[in-house]
Design a protein around this ligand. Structure first.
Ligand SMILES: [Ca+2]
Ligand SMILES: [Ca+2]
Length: 103
């Protein structure tokens, strides 16, 4: 039984191997085995980069990067928290869901 390598991080998976239709023998009490396939790819990593300083009165922009492929859709939430600057007088509070897709 060959286990395929699926590129990209994915949850562990299971497969059942079962005996059927014996000829010249009868089935014992143990007729099946559950096998767990453990993923061997590193988990995908998301990170944020952007200009650390901006003037008043402009829009600040940031880039969310994804490193490592995944078999599952990936999303992350980007949300502001007050520092010494407070919303809404100093900036507009923001709460984005960033969808990065699979692969
Ligand atoms: Ca797999
Ligand atoms: Ca994999």
């Amino acid at each position: 039984m060959t286990i395929c390598h699926n590129a990209g991080h994915e949850p562990n998976e299971t497969v059942v191997l079962q005996l059927f239709n014996p000829v010249g023998a009868s089935l014992g009490s143990k007729q099946q085995i559950n096998l767990t396939i453990t993923d061997n790819d590193p988990s995908s990593v998301v990170a944020i980069t952007g200009t650390p300083s901006v003037n008043e009165g402009v829009s600040a922009s940031f880039t969310v990067t994804l490193t490592g492929a995944s078999a599952s859709p990936i999303s992350v939430t980007a949300s502001t928290t007050n520092g010494s600057a407070t919303a809404p007088s100093d900036f507009t509070a923001t709460n984005y869901a960033v969808l990065l897709g699979a692969g």
